[in-house]
Design a protein around this ligand. Sequence first.
Ligand SMILES: Cc1cc2nc3c(=O)[nH]c(=O)nc-3n(C[C@H](O)[C@H](O)[C@H](O)COP(=O)(O)OP(=O)(O)OC[C@H]3O[C@@H](n4cnc5c(N)ncnc54)[C@H](O)[C@@H]3O)c2cc1C
Length: 591
Amino acid sequence: MAAVKNSLPRRQFDVVVVGAGGSGMRCSLQLAQAGLSVAVLSKVFPTRSHTVAAQGGVSASLGNMSEDNWYWHMYDTVKGSDWLGDQDAIEFMCREAPNAVYELEHFGMPFDRNADGTIYQRPFGGHTANFGEKPVQRACAAADRTGHAMLHTLYQRNVAARTQFFVEWMALDLLRNEAGDVLGVTALEMETGEIYVLEAKQTVLATGGAGRIWAASTNAFINTGDGLGMAARAGLPLQDLEFWQFHPTGVAGAGVLITEGVRGEGGILLNKDGERFMERYAPTLKDLAPRDFVSRSMDQEIKEGRGCGDGSYVVLKLDHLGAETIQKRLPSIREIAIKFANVDPIKDPIPVVPTIHYQMGGIPTNIYGQVVSYANGETTPVNGLYAIGECAATSVHGANRLGTNSLLDLIVFGRSAGNHIVGTHPEKQHAHQPIPESAIDYSLDRVNKIESRTSGEKTQDVANAMRMSMQHHCGVFRTLDLLAKGVDSIEGVAQQVDNIYFKDKSKVFNTARVEALEVSNMIEVAKATTKSAANRTESRGAHALSDHPERDDENWLRHTLWFSEGSRLEYKPVTMKPLTVDSFPPKARTF
Ligand SMILES: Cc1cc2nc3c(=O)[nH]c(=O)nc-3n(C[C@H](O)[C@H](O)[C@H](O)COP(=O)(O)OP(=O)(O)OC[C@H]3O[C@@H](n4cnc5c(N)ncnc54)[C@H](O)[C@@H]3O)c2cc1C
């Protein structure tokens, strides 16, 4: 082993999983059950990860309510992705879905039930029967708390399997050797302020989304894209970050999510004239068209002067569902509406606006969750590194994710990555590879620089400047001019990030230190997003350019790869070939 210069405490594991959301805990369960030594790190207690907030459901073609099959689900997902999703990964996910959901059922997840005892399923945007003919009920639900039920089920299973949790630990940087292999992470124990080296034969990033780079977001405060920042600093590309989903129904002014399940249960969107305007934009699927479609239609209504109240929102009406259905199927939604919008939806409609919700892009992986690099037309797995869940671009969601396909993505690819790692037999490799001191020093220097600064910019001022800039330049509708200004503006903010300081230098549970480190991750995501968006001169899925309203398959049916060094862009082909079935060729996307 190389001479040890720094005196950081070290721990060794077969596998380190960074993140205890649905994806991280589905993966760790597979690993712990196989007898590997697994450390799962989380900035918060595991059951407080953002997965807990998922409301509407998890998709699988169980066919409990009417006929359904995985091939229809696959078609809907390809079309929903506006053909940017990789069709091998989409086939894999949709085929695995029923098994993955039944497995959760057998783990004890408390799904709602039909009278015959089967899992209750509700309709959700973009999910159809027979290739777009009519909506189908595919979202398996536990009231409007599906993520809560899933996360608690997985946590309990992990406790039983003796997964080791490192609660309130923040991973800082990936540790790579000269060959580029990943050998673990540096991590901050928040309670003591100590930094550790966690050595691992395999490292899994499961750090969730980065929706907090916008001012108006449905995301938890911890969703700061740490895994993306770590990957970017380690020289790895970030894929398709121009594609961010605006959820149509965030509570106006508060951003808190009102699940699409409300429209699944029969809720409808109205403009100030009381018109159900989605009938005009999407005659077949109406309020249940995919999210990018509904968000743009709402924005259009508001821009054309048909917004409600002060003109800045539309309303979601559900009183016609009746008090009993609302209380049984949507109890938390009623609570949110009363608390955050001051309306009781049993009587009055909820004011809503499109709000940032989900990142389709992320760290590129294959269907085993292995992170892949791309050079000279070749895709190669990075030794020792996996990414799963929202932080990964596998890429099943392409340019737009269908509702309930994310919870599915977590369990399918969490499990798949776990199985792949078990197959590499890390327990049989006797020693951990030596970690170069330079990799550890890089991470320490980075923290020490922020730590030792005694003047400069305040973390919250810089974070707010970034969020306002993203909100202004990178909204539901974009123009090339606005995006170019966004690139410059975010570059300016990035310089401020290099000058962040905080006054309180104490070690024990110093949240100022954590927040400063989070901003250094968020800015990588903001840079990747603006740069990738400003270069894509077409409209596809969630990336809607007013000055280039058409999709351009000839030039742009390809994935964006952004590299932090020099903010460089590259492109790689979309995998159009599924695993076993025929490809779905691109066609116009109408609903
Ligand atoms: C309000 C809301 C409702 C949603 N509803 C649905 C729905 O009904 N159906 C659906 O399919 N999808 C839904 N989604 C999307 C879906 O819930 C998320 O995409 C998914 O839960 C993300 O899971 P994850 O495992 O990737 O990460 P998360 O659940 O976000 O967990 C991330 C984990 O990483 C940890 N972490 C992050 N950074 C670090 C670090 N530096 N060091 C250590 N740990 C770290 C965190 O502590 C956390 O444990 C919803 C999303 C939101 C915001």
